[in-house]
Design a protein around this ligand. Structure first.
Ligand SMILES: [Zn+2]
Ligand SMILES: [Zn+2]
Length: 577
């Protein structure tokens, strides 16, 4: 059994225990084990042989025994006994968002449903809404989730794929003489989700590099292996392809395998008009059949009369025209950013203290950090009431007197209530340096109502930034129904900034929206939404997505020094009053 199969069994056990009404403590123990196993860079079998299973976080004696049994026999008696207590197929129903243990039980016992296909059929023919106290709306909701589950592409979010690729790249660099090791494909273009990971590099002796690659501890299975390329599957079920090429041709190969398809097609057509044929090996002049190879991508693009195009823009949109006019934008870089404008601390649902967050931000080279904990309506996140917010403001003043390297800005992530009013009175908001407003509840409002709700927040002169504007969660939750064109135009008019939330499962606004907002003159702000010091590093994901949206430093509030930022936020208030 591989890691994902073992994790799957523990996930089922957690679900079954929930059905059984077991204590949260017991359920969480299995959920924790699932998460740890999914994150493991090496195989469980290897850890078992080395006697290291107990070193995995969340694996105690009881779960260790179960892993050993699963690895040895491919079965687990405890799991089989537990499963026999419930109707078959019930666990699959729990995978649908909106179906809790009680509903799953009723679907199974009252309607005899044992699979997702049967569930869909029962909703369509009206049997599910006929269940006592369930109703049409719930049935409709379940159907919606069911269908979006099925159409969901089997792709990894970049927040998961990039660290995995980096881990493999570091391991390969330690164990071989590979040079210029670079990801290609959608990972290099920084798409929000990634299929396979493609890696490329150069070496004097390609074969030994390939050999080292297929022997990495992360590798579960070798799918294909040649003298210059190999494909493997990792313990985390991810396909990784490596290609080792001649140094002289590295530029054209990297270009070819970075894509996108549309970009390369448009580029080939351009080449044809110039009497040139493009390929992964280089550029052939059709007249004399001579092939020129390129060590760098810049040489390749220049031969076509183009500026080098940053990978994030290679989507076959407007980038080739711009490169031909030599007016490529100077895209924002991580080093352009002077601060983070959205973080939480242990005053609400964050993990670390204000001071710890400030020190970590200072270590990243920032000049300022906006502390924006949740407001009172968000009870589950320990939202601050007025009294605690004032106490936090004094604490921040005290810290600012003591700390030299960083300026902490007092802020709040104030809830936009269902009717568009804010969770705090205007006078209080007016005292803060940075006010971000966000929606966290009543997410299913109709588009006209939702748009009015956000517009009301945009028109409030005390608000500076609208956080995670569409509230989508990648692969988990669809965006709220919002007329973004209206929102962008209003934001441009009032000077309201919209956030690019850097959390890897949010990335909200997304690339195409950023492009449009920026085009209409909307100010943008990067915020990590960090709930711990570690999360501050998510800034790079926001920067990647901002680059895909053609953002330059000047489009982002975070590129301003603190004084300029505060003055600019103040000005915008005056402008609107
Ligand atoms: Zn939020
Ligand atoms: Zn937040």
């Amino acid at each position: 059994m591989n890691n994902s199969e073992v994790a799957r069994v523990f996930q089922d056990i957690a679900d079954l225990l929930e059905l059984k009404g077991e204590t949260l403590f017991k359920i969480r123990a299995y959920q924790k084990a699932v998460r740890s196993i999914e994150q493991l860079p090496v195989g469980l079998e290897q850890l078992r042989q080395e006697g290291k299973l107990r070193q995995i976080p969340g694996i105690g004696e009881a779960i260790e025994k179960k892993i050993v049994e699963l690895l040895a026999t491919g079965r687990l008696k405890y799991y089989e006994d537990l499963r026999s207590e419930f109707p078959a197929g019930i666990v699959s129903l729990l995978q649908v968002p909106g179906v809790g243990p009680k509903t799953a039980m009723r679907l199974s016992t009252e309607l005899g449903i044992g699979s997702l296909e049967e569930l869909e059929a029962a909703i369509v023919d009206g049997r599910v809404e006929g269940l006592y106290r369930l109703g049409e709306k719930t049935a409709e909701n379940i159907l919606h989730h069911l269908r979006s589950m099925r159409t969901k592409e089997q792709r990894l979010p970049i927040g998961t794929a990039l660290p995995l690729a980096e881990e493999i790249m570091i391991a390969l660099q330690e164990r071989s003489q590979i040079r210029h090791l670079t990801p290609a494909g959608s990972l290099r273009r920084f798409r929000e989700t990634i299929g396979d990971i493609d890696l490329m590099g150069t070496a004097d002796d390609a074969e030994t590099v390939i050999e080292a690659f297929t022997k990495l501890a992360q590798v579960r299975e070798v799918l294909a292996k040649g003298s210059t390329k190999a494909s493997v599957v990792t313990h985390r079920d991810l396909q990784v392809d490596l290609r080792v090429v001649e140094h002289d041709a590295f530029g054209s190969l990297l270009q070819y395998f970075t894509g996108s398809k549309q970009h390369n097609i448009t580029l080939r057509e351009r080449g044809q008009r110039q009497g040139l044929k493009l390929s992964e090996y280089g550029i052939t002049t059709l007249q004399n059949g001579r092939l020129e190879t390129y060590a760098t991508e810049e040489g390749f693009y220049n031969r076509l009369g183009l500026q080098l195009i940053p990978p994030e823009l290679r989507e076959g949109q407007h980038e080739i025209e711009r490169a031909a006019e030599h007016s490529m934008p100077q895209l924002v870089e991580l080093s352009d950013l002077k601060g983070d404008l959205h973080v939480h601390t242990d005053w609400s649902d964050g993990h670390d203290s204000i001071e710890a967050m400030a020190m970590a931000a200072s270590n990243l080279g920032y000049q300022y950090l906006a502390v924006t904990d949740h407001s009172r309506s968000l009870g589950i996140a320990h939202g601050l009431n007025e009294e605690r917010l004032r106490a936090q403001m004094s604490e921040i003043r005290r810290l600012n007197e003591r700390l030299n390297n960083i300026q902490i800005l007092s802020g709040i992530e104030v809830d936009i209530r269902a009717d568009g009013s804010l969770d705090f009175p205007d006078e209080l908001l007016g005292e803060l340096d940075v006010v971000i407003a966000a929606i966290h509840s009543s997410l299913s409002q109709r588009q006209d109502r939702m748009t009015q709700r956000v517009l009301r927040a945009i028109e409030n002169p005390n608000v500076d930034i609208i956080a995670h504007p569409t509230c989508r969660l990648l692969g988990q939750r669809e965006p709220i129904a919002l007329d973004l064109e209206i929102i962008f135009r209003a934001a441009a008019q009032t000077g309201m900034a919209l956030e690019i939330n850097c959390m890897p499962d949010r990335l909200d606004l997304r690339d195409i929206h950023i492009f449009r907002a920026r085009d209409l003159g909307v100010r943008l702000a990067l915020g990590t939404d960090a709930h711990s010091t570690e999360h501050l590093k998510y800034m790079r994901f926001g920067v990647g997505i901002a680059r895909r949206g053609w953002c330059e430093a000047k489009h982002l509030l975070n590129s301003m020094p603190a004084e300029e930022l505060l003055a600019s936020l103040g000005q915008q208030e005056n402008k609107r009053i």
